[in-house]
Ligand binder design. Structure first.
Ligand SMILES: Cc1cc2nc3c(=O)[nH]c(=O)nc-3n(C[C@H](O)[C@H](O)[C@H](O)COP(=O)(O)OP(=O)(O)OC[C@H]3O[C@@H](n4cnc5c(N)ncnc54)[C@H](O)[C@@H]3O)c2cc1C
Length: 431
Protein backbone atom coordinates (compact mmCIF):
# COMPACT_ATOMS: atom_id res chain seq x y z
CA UNK A 1 0.00 0.00 0.00
CA UNK A 2 1.28 3.47 -0.86
CA UNK A 3 1.46 5.62 2.24
CA UNK A 4 0.83 9.36 2.25
CA UNK A 5 3.05 11.63 4.27
CA UNK A 6 0.79 14.07 6.09
CA UNK A 7 1.32 17.82 6.35
CA UNK A 8 2.68 17.56 9.86
CA UNK A 9 5.67 15.49 8.62
CA UNK A 10 7.98 14.67 11.47
CA UNK A 11 5.14 13.94 13.88
CA UNK A 12 2.50 11.72 12.30
CA UNK A 13 2.47 9.56 9.16
CA UNK A 14 -0.88 8.54 7.72
CA UNK A 15 -1.27 5.01 6.39
CA UNK A 16 -4.80 4.39 5.15
CA UNK A 17 -6.96 5.30 8.13
CA UNK A 18 -4.07 4.90 10.58
CA UNK A 19 -1.96 7.65 12.09
CA UNK A 20 1.53 6.48 13.05
CA UNK A 21 3.70 8.35 15.51
CA UNK A 22 7.12 9.25 14.11
CA UNK A 23 9.72 7.79 16.49
CA UNK A 24 12.82 8.36 14.39
CA UNK A 25 14.18 10.58 11.63
CA UNK A 26 17.49 9.05 10.57
CA UNK A 27 19.86 8.73 7.65
CA UNK A 28 19.65 4.94 7.37
CA UNK A 29 17.16 2.41 8.70
CA UNK A 30 18.25 -1.22 8.47
CA UNK A 31 15.40 -3.73 8.66
CA UNK A 32 16.47 -7.15 9.96
CA UNK A 33 19.24 -7.92 12.45
CA UNK A 34 20.70 -11.10 10.91
CA UNK A 35 24.31 -11.35 9.68
CA UNK A 36 23.71 -8.94 6.78
CA UNK A 37 21.68 -6.42 8.82
CA UNK A 38 24.17 -6.31 11.68
CA UNK A 39 27.06 -5.75 9.26
CA UNK A 40 25.07 -3.12 7.31
CA UNK A 41 24.17 -1.14 10.44
CA UNK A 42 27.72 -1.20 11.84
CA UNK A 43 29.26 -0.30 8.48
CA UNK A 44 26.89 2.64 7.88
CA UNK A 45 27.25 4.00 11.43
CA UNK A 46 31.05 3.80 11.31
CA UNK A 47 30.87 5.94 8.18
CA UNK A 48 29.35 8.73 10.22
CA UNK A 49 25.63 8.53 9.45
CA UNK A 50 22.71 8.19 11.88
CA UNK A 51 21.46 4.59 11.84
CA UNK A 52 18.53 2.69 13.35
CA UNK A 53 18.45 -1.12 13.24
CA UNK A 54 15.00 -2.73 13.51
CA UNK A 55 14.66 -6.42 14.42
CA UNK A 56 11.42 -8.34 14.99
CA UNK A 57 12.93 -10.74 17.55
CA UNK A 58 14.52 -9.90 20.92
CA UNK A 59 18.04 -10.82 19.77
CA UNK A 60 20.41 -10.26 16.85
CA UNK A 61 22.00 -12.82 14.53
CA UNK A 62 19.03 -14.00 12.45
CA UNK A 63 19.42 -17.57 11.19
CA UNK A 64 22.96 -17.68 12.58
CA UNK A 65 21.64 -17.52 16.16
CA UNK A 66 17.84 -18.00 16.14
CA UNK A 67 17.95 -20.55 13.32
CA UNK A 68 20.66 -22.56 15.14
CA UNK A 69 22.78 -22.60 12.01
CA UNK A 70 26.06 -22.47 13.94
CA UNK A 71 28.78 -23.04 11.29
CA UNK A 72 30.72 -20.28 9.54
CA UNK A 73 30.87 -22.09 6.22
CA UNK A 74 33.76 -20.85 4.03
CA UNK A 75 35.01 -18.42 6.65
CA UNK A 76 38.49 -18.61 5.11
CA UNK A 77 37.06 -17.24 1.84
CA UNK A 78 35.52 -14.14 3.45
CA UNK A 79 37.95 -13.51 6.28
CA UNK A 80 37.83 -9.73 6.21
CA UNK A 81 36.02 -6.63 7.44
CA UNK A 82 33.30 -6.77 10.09
CA UNK A 83 33.05 -10.57 9.90
CA UNK A 84 36.74 -10.95 10.76
CA UNK A 85 36.34 -8.54 13.70
CA UNK A 86 33.35 -10.57 14.90
CA UNK A 87 35.38 -13.79 14.84
CA UNK A 88 38.28 -12.09 16.65
CA UNK A 89 35.86 -11.12 19.42
CA UNK A 90 34.35 -14.61 19.59
CA UNK A 91 37.81 -16.14 19.93
CA UNK A 92 38.27 -14.24 23.21
CA UNK A 93 35.08 -15.66 24.75
CA UNK A 94 34.71 -19.11 26.37
CA UNK A 95 33.40 -21.87 24.06
CA UNK A 96 32.33 -19.24 21.54
CA UNK A 97 34.08 -20.55 18.41
CA UNK A 98 36.37 -23.40 17.43
CA UNK A 99 38.85 -22.62 14.66
CA UNK A 100 40.10 -25.91 13.25
CA UNK A 101 43.41 -26.02 11.39
CA UNK A 102 43.12 -24.82 7.80
CA UNK A 103 43.66 -27.80 5.64
CA UNK A 104 41.62 -29.13 2.80
CA UNK A 105 39.68 -31.26 2.81
CA UNK A 106 38.64 -30.45 6.36
CA UNK A 107 38.24 -33.97 7.66
CA UNK A 108 37.55 -35.55 10.99
CA UNK A 109 40.68 -35.65 13.06
CA UNK A 110 41.81 -35.20 16.64
CA UNK A 111 41.77 -31.39 16.18
CA UNK A 112 38.18 -31.14 14.95
CA UNK A 113 35.75 -30.36 17.76
CA UNK A 114 33.40 -33.23 17.04
CA UNK A 115 32.65 -34.56 13.59
CA UNK A 116 30.84 -33.94 10.38
CA UNK A 117 28.52 -36.36 8.75
CA UNK A 118 26.63 -36.44 5.51
CA UNK A 119 27.35 -32.84 4.60
CA UNK A 120 27.89 -32.16 0.91
CA UNK A 121 30.56 -29.55 1.38
CA UNK A 122 33.72 -31.57 1.61
CA UNK A 123 36.69 -29.29 1.74
CA UNK A 124 34.83 -26.28 3.09
CA UNK A 125 36.32 -24.63 6.13
CA UNK A 126 33.48 -24.17 8.60
CA UNK A 127 34.27 -23.26 12.20
CA UNK A 128 31.40 -23.99 14.62
CA UNK A 129 30.31 -21.13 16.91
CA UNK A 130 28.00 -20.67 19.88
CA UNK A 131 24.71 -18.80 19.25
CA UNK A 132 24.53 -17.12 22.67
CA UNK A 133 28.04 -15.72 22.30
CA UNK A 134 27.29 -14.42 18.81
CA UNK A 135 24.13 -12.67 20.09
CA UNK A 136 26.30 -10.97 22.73
CA UNK A 137 29.03 -9.94 20.26
CA UNK A 138 26.45 -8.55 17.78
CA UNK A 139 24.86 -6.42 20.53
CA UNK A 140 28.21 -5.04 21.64
CA UNK A 141 29.45 -4.20 18.14
CA UNK A 142 26.17 -2.55 17.11
CA UNK A 143 26.01 -0.42 20.28
CA UNK A 144 29.71 0.53 20.09
CA UNK A 145 29.20 1.71 16.50
CA UNK A 146 26.50 4.12 17.74
CA UNK A 147 23.56 2.37 16.07
CA UNK A 148 20.12 2.87 17.65
CA UNK A 149 18.88 -0.67 18.18
CA UNK A 150 15.12 -1.38 18.21
CA UNK A 151 14.38 -5.00 19.10
CA UNK A 152 10.90 -6.55 19.17
CA UNK A 153 9.83 -4.33 16.27
CA UNK A 154 8.37 -5.81 13.09
CA UNK A 155 8.51 -3.98 9.76
CA UNK A 156 4.98 -3.76 8.35
CA UNK A 157 4.94 -1.20 5.52
CA UNK A 158 7.25 1.04 3.54
CA UNK A 159 6.74 4.80 3.62
CA UNK A 160 6.65 5.70 -0.06
CA UNK A 161 6.25 8.78 -2.20
CA UNK A 162 5.82 7.52 -5.75
CA UNK A 163 8.70 5.04 -6.16
CA UNK A 164 10.94 6.58 -3.53
CA UNK A 165 11.29 5.09 -0.05
CA UNK A 166 11.19 7.52 2.84
CA UNK A 167 11.38 5.06 5.73
CA UNK A 168 9.32 2.32 7.32
CA UNK A 169 6.27 1.66 9.48
CA UNK A 170 6.94 -0.77 12.30
CA UNK A 171 4.69 -2.52 14.81
CA UNK A 172 5.58 -3.24 18.43
CA UNK A 173 4.08 -3.25 21.93
CA UNK A 174 3.39 0.48 21.61
CA UNK A 175 1.38 0.02 18.41
CA UNK A 176 2.36 1.25 14.96
CA UNK A 177 5.21 3.73 14.60
CA UNK A 178 7.04 5.44 11.74
CA UNK A 179 10.77 5.78 11.20
CA UNK A 180 11.71 8.31 8.53
CA UNK A 181 14.95 7.50 6.75
CA UNK A 182 16.87 8.81 3.75
CA UNK A 183 17.86 5.24 2.85
CA UNK A 184 16.35 1.90 3.87
CA UNK A 185 18.32 -1.35 3.79
CA UNK A 186 16.28 -4.54 3.44
CA UNK A 187 18.15 -7.22 5.40
CA UNK A 188 15.08 -9.29 6.28
CA UNK A 189 16.32 -12.40 4.46
CA UNK A 190 12.84 -12.80 2.96
CA UNK A 191 12.79 -9.42 1.20
CA UNK A 192 9.77 -8.22 3.18
CA UNK A 193 10.64 -4.58 2.45
CA UNK A 194 11.33 -4.76 -1.28
CA UNK A 195 8.28 -6.99 -1.82
CA UNK A 196 5.96 -4.49 -0.15
CA UNK A 197 7.67 -1.53 -1.80
CA UNK A 198 6.84 -3.00 -5.21
CA UNK A 199 10.34 -3.90 -6.43
CA UNK A 200 10.46 -6.83 -8.89
CA UNK A 201 11.45 -10.16 -7.31
CA UNK A 202 11.33 -13.93 -7.79
CA UNK A 203 10.44 -16.52 -5.19
CA UNK A 204 11.41 -20.19 -4.84
CA UNK A 205 11.17 -22.82 -2.17
CA UNK A 206 14.59 -24.35 -1.54
CA UNK A 207 14.69 -28.09 -2.45
CA UNK A 208 15.34 -28.91 1.22
CA UNK A 209 12.39 -26.75 2.31
CA UNK A 210 12.35 -25.32 5.83
CA UNK A 211 14.22 -26.65 8.87
CA UNK A 212 13.59 -26.78 12.59
CA UNK A 213 17.19 -27.28 13.72
CA UNK A 214 17.96 -28.76 17.14
CA UNK A 215 20.78 -29.66 19.49
CA UNK A 216 21.28 -32.99 21.22
CA UNK A 217 23.42 -33.33 24.33
CA UNK A 218 25.15 -36.17 26.16
CA UNK A 219 26.39 -37.84 23.00
CA UNK A 220 29.44 -40.10 23.21
CA UNK A 221 30.80 -38.75 19.95
CA UNK A 222 33.89 -40.94 19.91
CA UNK A 223 31.75 -44.07 20.22
CA UNK A 224 29.34 -42.89 17.52
CA UNK A 225 32.22 -42.13 15.14
CA UNK A 226 33.80 -45.52 15.81
CA UNK A 227 30.52 -47.29 15.09
CA UNK A 228 30.08 -45.45 11.84
CA UNK A 229 33.66 -45.98 10.70
CA UNK A 230 33.68 -49.67 11.54
CA UNK A 231 30.21 -50.34 10.08
CA UNK A 232 29.75 -47.82 7.26
CA UNK A 233 27.27 -49.90 5.29
CA UNK A 234 25.18 -50.85 8.29
CA UNK A 235 25.17 -47.26 9.48
CA UNK A 236 24.05 -45.85 6.13
CA UNK A 237 21.40 -48.55 5.82
CA UNK A 238 20.02 -47.59 9.22
CA UNK A 239 19.99 -43.88 8.45
CA UNK A 240 18.59 -44.25 4.94
CA UNK A 241 15.77 -46.47 6.13
CA UNK A 242 14.76 -43.85 8.67
CA UNK A 243 15.14 -40.96 6.23
CA UNK A 244 12.93 -42.76 3.72
CA UNK A 245 10.30 -43.60 6.30
CA UNK A 246 10.19 -40.15 7.85
CA UNK A 247 10.83 -38.18 4.66
CA UNK A 248 13.54 -35.90 5.97
CA UNK A 249 17.31 -35.64 6.23
CA UNK A 250 19.37 -36.54 9.25
CA UNK A 251 22.50 -34.42 9.19
CA UNK A 252 24.46 -33.88 12.37
CA UNK A 253 27.31 -31.49 12.79
CA UNK A 254 29.86 -30.30 15.31
CA UNK A 255 29.21 -27.67 17.97
CA UNK A 256 31.56 -25.89 20.36
CA UNK A 257 30.16 -27.84 23.33
CA UNK A 258 31.53 -31.23 24.32
CA UNK A 259 29.04 -34.06 23.78
CA UNK A 260 26.66 -31.78 21.90
CA UNK A 261 25.76 -32.14 18.22
CA UNK A 262 23.56 -30.07 15.94
CA UNK A 263 20.91 -31.62 13.70
CA UNK A 264 19.31 -30.06 10.61
CA UNK A 265 16.12 -31.43 9.09
CA UNK A 266 14.39 -30.98 5.75
CA UNK A 267 10.71 -30.00 5.74
CA UNK A 268 10.34 -30.12 1.99
CA UNK A 269 7.83 -28.16 -0.05
CA UNK A 270 7.07 -25.59 2.67
CA UNK A 271 7.34 -21.85 2.02
CA UNK A 272 8.87 -19.29 4.38
CA UNK A 273 6.43 -16.59 3.30
CA UNK A 274 3.18 -18.51 3.93
CA UNK A 275 1.85 -18.54 7.48
CA UNK A 276 0.12 -21.88 6.98
CA UNK A 277 3.41 -23.50 5.91
CA UNK A 278 5.35 -21.85 8.73
CA UNK A 279 2.84 -23.18 11.25
CA UNK A 280 2.97 -26.65 9.71
CA UNK A 281 6.76 -26.56 9.84
CA UNK A 282 6.70 -25.86 13.59
CA UNK A 283 4.25 -28.69 14.30
CA UNK A 284 5.66 -31.31 11.91
CA UNK A 285 9.22 -30.26 12.64
CA UNK A 286 8.77 -30.79 16.37
CA UNK A 287 7.24 -34.24 15.84
CA UNK A 288 10.19 -35.21 13.65
CA UNK A 289 12.69 -33.91 16.19
CA UNK A 290 11.32 -36.22 18.88
CA UNK A 291 11.17 -39.16 16.46
CA UNK A 292 14.76 -38.59 15.33
CA UNK A 293 16.17 -38.32 18.86
CA UNK A 294 14.32 -41.49 19.82
CA UNK A 295 15.65 -43.26 16.69
CA UNK A 296 19.25 -42.28 17.42
CA UNK A 297 18.97 -43.33 21.07
CA UNK A 298 17.69 -46.76 20.10
CA UNK A 299 19.88 -47.43 17.06
CA UNK A 300 23.15 -45.52 17.04
CA UNK A 301 25.81 -46.44 19.59
CA UNK A 302 27.02 -43.31 21.36
CA UNK A 303 23.52 -41.81 21.46
CA UNK A 304 22.08 -44.16 24.15
CA UNK A 305 21.82 -41.42 26.81
CA UNK A 306 21.45 -38.46 24.45
CA UNK A 307 18.69 -35.91 25.03
CA UNK A 308 17.26 -32.88 23.27
CA UNK A 309 18.36 -29.53 24.71
CA UNK A 310 16.79 -27.04 22.33
CA UNK A 311 15.13 -26.40 18.98
CA UNK A 312 15.71 -23.26 16.92
CA UNK A 313 13.53 -20.35 18.11
CA UNK A 314 12.85 -19.51 14.46
CA UNK A 315 12.25 -21.84 11.52
CA UNK A 316 15.30 -22.12 9.28
CA UNK A 317 14.86 -20.67 5.80
CA UNK A 318 17.50 -21.17 3.14
CA UNK A 319 15.67 -19.35 0.38
CA UNK A 320 12.46 -17.43 -0.25
CA UNK A 321 12.16 -14.13 -2.15
CA UNK A 322 15.09 -12.99 -4.27
CA UNK A 323 15.38 -9.45 -5.58
CA UNK A 324 15.41 -8.95 -9.35
CA UNK A 325 17.83 -6.08 -9.19
CA UNK A 326 20.03 -4.11 -11.56
CA UNK A 327 22.08 -7.28 -12.10
CA UNK A 328 21.07 -10.90 -11.48
CA UNK A 329 24.03 -13.09 -10.49
CA UNK A 330 23.86 -16.46 -12.29
CA UNK A 331 25.20 -19.97 -11.83
CA UNK A 332 27.44 -19.37 -14.84
CA UNK A 333 28.92 -16.23 -13.24
CA UNK A 334 29.74 -18.26 -10.14
CA UNK A 335 31.13 -21.30 -11.96
CA UNK A 336 33.18 -19.25 -14.42
CA UNK A 337 34.45 -17.01 -11.64
CA UNK A 338 33.27 -13.88 -13.44
CA UNK A 339 34.90 -10.67 -12.26
CA UNK A 340 32.85 -7.45 -12.16
CA UNK A 341 33.93 -3.80 -12.35
CA UNK A 342 31.51 -3.04 -9.48
CA UNK A 343 32.61 -5.89 -7.17
CA UNK A 344 31.73 -5.19 -3.53
CA UNK A 345 32.27 -8.67 -2.07
CA UNK A 346 34.77 -11.20 -3.30
CA UNK A 347 35.84 -14.72 -2.51
CA UNK A 348 38.66 -16.54 -4.32
CA UNK A 349 36.20 -17.98 -6.85
CA UNK A 350 33.72 -15.26 -7.84
CA UNK A 351 32.59 -11.65 -7.32
CA UNK A 352 29.32 -10.18 -6.07
CA UNK A 353 28.61 -6.94 -7.96
CA UNK A 354 27.06 -3.87 -6.32
CA UNK A 355 24.14 -3.98 -8.79
CA UNK A 356 22.86 -7.17 -7.05
CA UNK A 357 22.06 -4.96 -4.03
CA UNK A 358 20.18 -2.31 -6.01
CA UNK A 359 16.47 -2.82 -6.80
CA UNK A 360 14.96 -1.84 -10.11
CA UNK A 361 12.25 0.81 -9.99
CA UNK A 362 12.47 1.75 -6.28
CA UNK A 363 14.85 4.47 -5.08
CA UNK A 364 16.54 4.95 -1.70
CA UNK A 365 16.40 1.21 -1.01
CA UNK A 366 19.29 -1.26 -0.84
CA UNK A 367 19.16 -5.01 -0.24
CA UNK A 368 21.67 -7.22 1.60
CA UNK A 369 22.01 -10.88 2.59
CA UNK A 370 20.38 -14.02 1.24
CA UNK A 371 17.68 -12.16 -0.72
CA UNK A 372 19.99 -10.12 -3.00
CA UNK A 373 19.57 -10.35 -6.76
CA UNK A 374 20.62 -13.82 -7.95
CA UNK A 375 19.16 -16.82 -9.71
CA UNK A 376 18.04 -19.76 -7.58
CA UNK A 377 21.30 -21.63 -8.34
CA UNK A 378 23.61 -18.69 -7.63
CA UNK A 379 21.77 -17.95 -4.37
CA UNK A 380 23.26 -21.18 -2.97
CA UNK A 381 26.69 -19.53 -3.20
CA UNK A 382 25.79 -16.20 -1.58
CA UNK A 383 23.34 -17.21 1.15
CA UNK A 384 25.84 -18.44 3.75
CA UNK A 385 26.55 -16.35 6.84
CA UNK A 386 29.96 -15.14 5.60
CA UNK A 387 28.87 -13.68 2.23
CA UNK A 388 25.82 -12.18 3.98
CA UNK A 389 28.18 -10.28 6.29
CA UNK A 390 30.05 -9.10 3.19
CA UNK A 391 27.00 -7.83 1.27
CA UNK A 392 25.70 -6.21 4.48
CA UNK A 393 28.97 -4.36 5.04
CA UNK A 394 28.90 -3.14 1.43
CA UNK A 395 25.25 -2.00 1.64
CA UNK A 396 25.98 -0.01 4.82
CA UNK A 397 29.00 1.72 3.29
CA UNK A 398 27.08 2.43 0.07
CA UNK A 399 24.16 3.98 1.99
CA UNK A 400 26.52 6.26 3.91
CA UNK A 401 28.29 7.30 0.70
CA UNK A 402 24.99 8.00 -1.08
CA UNK A 403 23.97 10.29 1.78
CA UNK A 404 27.33 12.04 1.85
CA UNK A 405 27.21 12.63 -1.92
CA UNK A 406 23.49 13.38 -1.92
CA UNK A 407 22.74 10.84 -4.67
CA UNK A 408 20.38 7.84 -4.78
CA UNK A 409 22.13 4.51 -4.04
CA UNK A 410 22.01 3.46 -7.72
CA UNK A 411 24.16 6.50 -8.60
CA UNK A 412 26.86 5.87 -6.01
CA UNK A 413 30.42 6.30 -7.32
CA UNK A 414 31.63 2.68 -7.44
CA UNK A 415 35.29 3.61 -7.28
CA UNK A 416 34.73 5.61 -4.07
CA UNK A 417 32.64 2.79 -2.58
CA UNK A 418 35.34 0.21 -3.34
CA UNK A 419 38.00 2.50 -1.91
CA UNK A 420 35.97 2.86 1.28
CA UNK A 421 35.44 -0.90 1.56
CA UNK A 422 39.16 -1.52 1.16
CA UNK A 423 39.74 1.04 3.92
CA UNK A 424 37.38 -1.03 6.09
CA UNK A 425 39.56 -4.09 5.47
CA UNK A 426 37.33 -5.71 2.85
CA UNK A 427 39.34 -7.69 0.32
CA UNK A 428 38.00 -6.86 -3.14
CA UNK A 429 40.82 -5.81 -5.44
CA UNK A 430 43.84 -3.59 -5.82
CA UNK A 431 42.72 -0.15 -6.82
C1 LIG B 1 18.82 -25.11 8.19
C2 LIG B 1 19.82 -24.12 7.71
C3 LIG B 1 21.16 -24.43 7.80
C4 LIG B 1 22.11 -23.52 7.38
N1 LIG B 1 23.41 -23.83 7.56
C5 LIG B 1 24.34 -22.88 7.38
C6 LIG B 1 25.65 -23.08 7.85
O1 LIG B 1 25.97 -24.12 8.43
N2 LIG B 1 26.55 -22.09 7.64
C7 LIG B 1 26.24 -20.92 6.99
O2 LIG B 1 27.11 -20.07 6.82
N3 LIG B 1 24.98 -20.69 6.57
C8 LIG B 1 24.02 -21.62 6.78
N4 LIG B 1 22.72 -21.37 6.43
C9 LIG B 1 22.39 -20.10 5.74
C10 LIG B 1 22.49 -18.84 6.61
O3 LIG B 1 22.25 -19.11 7.95
C11 LIG B 1 21.53 -17.74 6.18
O4 LIG B 1 21.35 -17.74 4.80
C12 LIG B 1 22.04 -16.37 6.65
O5 LIG B 1 21.94 -16.31 8.04
C13 LIG B 1 21.24 -15.26 6.01
O6 LIG B 1 21.55 -14.02 6.60
P1 LIG B 1 20.60 -12.77 6.36
O7 LIG B 1 21.12 -11.66 7.18
O8 LIG B 1 20.44 -12.55 4.91
O9 LIG B 1 19.15 -13.25 6.85
P2 LIG B 1 18.65 -13.90 8.20
O10 LIG B 1 19.74 -14.61 8.91
O11 LIG B 1 17.43 -14.66 7.84
O12 LIG B 1 18.26 -12.62 9.07
C14 LIG B 1 17.13 -11.85 8.76
C15 LIG B 1 16.72 -11.07 10.01
O13 LIG B 1 15.65 -10.20 9.68
C16 LIG B 1 14.63 -10.30 10.67
N5 LIG B 1 13.36 -10.00 10.02
C17 LIG B 1 12.74 -10.70 9.05
N6 LIG B 1 11.59 -10.12 8.70
C18 LIG B 1 11.47 -9.02 9.48
C19 LIG B 1 10.47 -8.00 9.59
N7 LIG B 1 9.37 -8.00 8.82
N8 LIG B 1 10.67 -7.01 10.50
C20 LIG B 1 11.79 -7.00 11.28
N9 LIG B 1 12.76 -7.95 11.22
C21 LIG B 1 12.60 -8.93 10.32
C22 LIG B 1 14.72 -11.75 11.13
O14 LIG B 1 14.14 -11.93 12.40
C23 LIG B 1 16.23 -11.98 11.12
O15 LIG B 1 16.84 -11.60 12.33
C24 LIG B 1 21.72 -22.27 6.82
C25 LIG B 1 20.37 -21.96 6.74
C26 LIG B 1 19.43 -22.87 7.17
C27 LIG B 1 17.99 -22.51 7.10
Amino acid sequence: MEIKISDDRGEIIESGTRRNKVVGDVDVVVVGGGPSGVAAAISAARNGVKVTLVERYPYLGGMATGGLVLLLIEYDRYEYGILKETVERLVKLPNAIALPPRKRPWILGPETPTWIEGFGLSGAYMPPFDPEMLKFVCNEMVIEAGVKLMLNCTFVEPIMADNVMNGVIIENKEGRQAILAKITIDATGDGDVFARAGAPFKEDIHPTGLSLSYRVMNVNVEKAVKFREENPEKYMELINEHVEKEGYGLVWLPTTLEGCVLFFQYLRGLSATKVEDLTRAEIEGRRKVLAAVDFFRRNVPGFESAFLIDTSPQIGTRESRRLEGEYVLTKQDVLEGKRFHDVIARNPFFDIPYRCLVPKKIDNLLVAGRCISTTHEAQASVRMICPCYATGEAAGAAAALAIEENVPPRKVDIYKLQKQLIKQGVVIKDL
